[in-house]
Design a protein around this ligand. Structure first.
Ligand code: NAD
Ligand code: MG
Length: 389
């Protein structure tokens, strides 16, 4: 049976990997319904001409002319702005890939959740920001949430849900990023290019920077806590530079179950797209005789304060993860724009969390999605203020 699929963030790293799988599937396995992008009109138009969706959405209306010129006469509906992206997300589909980067993905992803279909969740920030409000919306709509983040996908695959008390802990693996072996002194002079150059994974700019600071692992700690309903005390992080063991679950009888595979996002994407079945993915197969070594080491929270900040935010609860995420998004952009040095990223996030703590907004429970979005905007203003000072 043909599965209708929509992709939010189609022009990004995850979006393109998803479309690569559609391209290689049997004709008739998938029908692309909706594609969205932020501002890459050319790239979106090319994808639309290849995959023939019913609707395309461009969040930034500035380049819409390019899109409409390239798609003229093809009968593909074009919408723009944030509302346009939400409209595309509302198109009935059997599977939606949520692959927008950052909190900007929250409203469109929630709209897709309302459809009650299968949702592949790559956009971890929207879960970090909205927490229980997001998982409650999933429960209410009856949507099936399929984690695409490789670690969470691994946990999803090996987590026994029939006896929750039999799980002792979740062990999230982290590659450690490009600066795993750098000293605190060396981290001071890290450049944008160094930070964008991940040793194992090829990804979008924002998550590449987050992988280098370990904010990505911090966001994933929070993501895991909400996805699998586990407190901070039951989630450990371990550095595993080869990124072959994608994460593990330890049970009370001492068994540890892991999911392994080549570091290629097309495996977790294919898992989510085909669930509850499996489909072929063109990834390099593991050759254990050649995989010389699998190494593990404890993370260093002194050189990588993101881990400490994220754990504290998770344990504080309320708006803290949302505020941390917003501050990090602004700080990462400021670093990419050359406004702050590398170590300024974590310093900015910490300063925003301190300021919000003093204003007592940190631990308040978000009352609604609108309240989450307001608090996100407040944290962005605080972060900009701190950077400009
Ligand atoms: P990317 O930067 O390559 O792509 C982001 C996509 O979102 C693009 O299509 C872009 O046009 C769109 N977008 C950006 N801002 C937008 C906005 N304001 N409104 C609407 N659309 C917008 O990012 P990516 O690496 O594909 O990551 C996407 C998400 O998946 C992130 O949340 C990331 O953390 C997560 N993720 C990525 C990987 C990976 O390997 N790339 C792995 C795990 C999780
Ligand atoms: Mg991940």
């Amino acid at each position: 049976m043909t599965r209708r699929i929509s992709i939010l963030g189609a022009t990004g790293s995850i979006g393109l990997s998803t479309l690569d799988l559609v391209r290689r599937a049997q004709p008739g396995d998938f029908k692309v319904v909706a594609l969205t992008a932020n501002s890459s009109a050319e790239a979106l138009a090319d994808l639309a001409l290849e995959f023939r969706p019913e609707i395309v959405a461009l969040a930034d209306p500035a380049n819409v002319k390019t899109l409409s010129q390239k798609l003229a006469g093809n009968g593909i509906e074009i919408v723009t702005g944030e509302d346009g992206v939400i409209e595309a997300a509302a198109r009935p589909a059997d599977f939606c890939m949520a692959a927008i980067v950052g909190a900007a993905g929250l409203a469109p992803t929630l709209k897709a959740v309302e459809q009650g279909a299968h949702l592949g969740l790559a956009n971890k920030e929207c879960l970090v920001c909205a927490g229980d409000l997001f998982t409650d919306a999933v429960a209410k709509s009856g949507a099936v949430l399929l984690p695409v983040d490789s670690e969470h996908n691994a946990i999803f695959q090996v987590l026994e849900t029939k006896q929750p008390e039999a799980v002792r802990r979740i062990i999230l693996t982290a590659s450690g990023g490009p600066f795993r072996s750098k000293t605190a002194q060396q981290l001071k002079s890290v450049t944008r290019e160094d930070a964008l150059n991940h040793p194992v994974w090829s990804m979008g700019a924002k998550i590449s920077i987050d992988s280098s600071t370990l904010f990505n692992k911090g966001l994933e700690l929070i993501e895991a806590s909400y996805l699998f309903a586990r407190p901070s005390s039951q989630i450990d992080i371990i550095i595993h530079p080869q990124s072959v063991v994608h994460s593990m679950v330890e049970y009370i009888d001492g068994s540890v179950l892991a999911q392994l595979g080549s570091p290629d996002m097309r495996t977790p994407i294919a898992y989510a797209m085909a669930w509850p079945e499996r489909m072929e993915a063109p990834v390099e197969r593991l050759d254990f005789a050649k995989t010389a070594k699998l190494e593990f080491e404890a993370p260093d929270e002194v050189r990588f304060p993101a881990l400490r900040l994220a754990r504290t935010a998770l344990e504080t609860g309320g708006h803290a993860p949302n505020i941390m995420n917003a501050a990090n998004e602004i700080a990462v952009q400021a670093f990419l724009d050359g406004e702050i040095p590398y170590l300024g990223i974590a310093a900015t996030v910490e300063a925003v969390l301190e300021a919000a703590g003093a204003a007592q907004t940190l631990s308040q429970r978000p009352s609604s999605v609108a309240n989450v979005i307001e608090t996100d905007a407040m944290a962005r203003r605080l972060a900009r203020g701190i950077i400009e000072a």
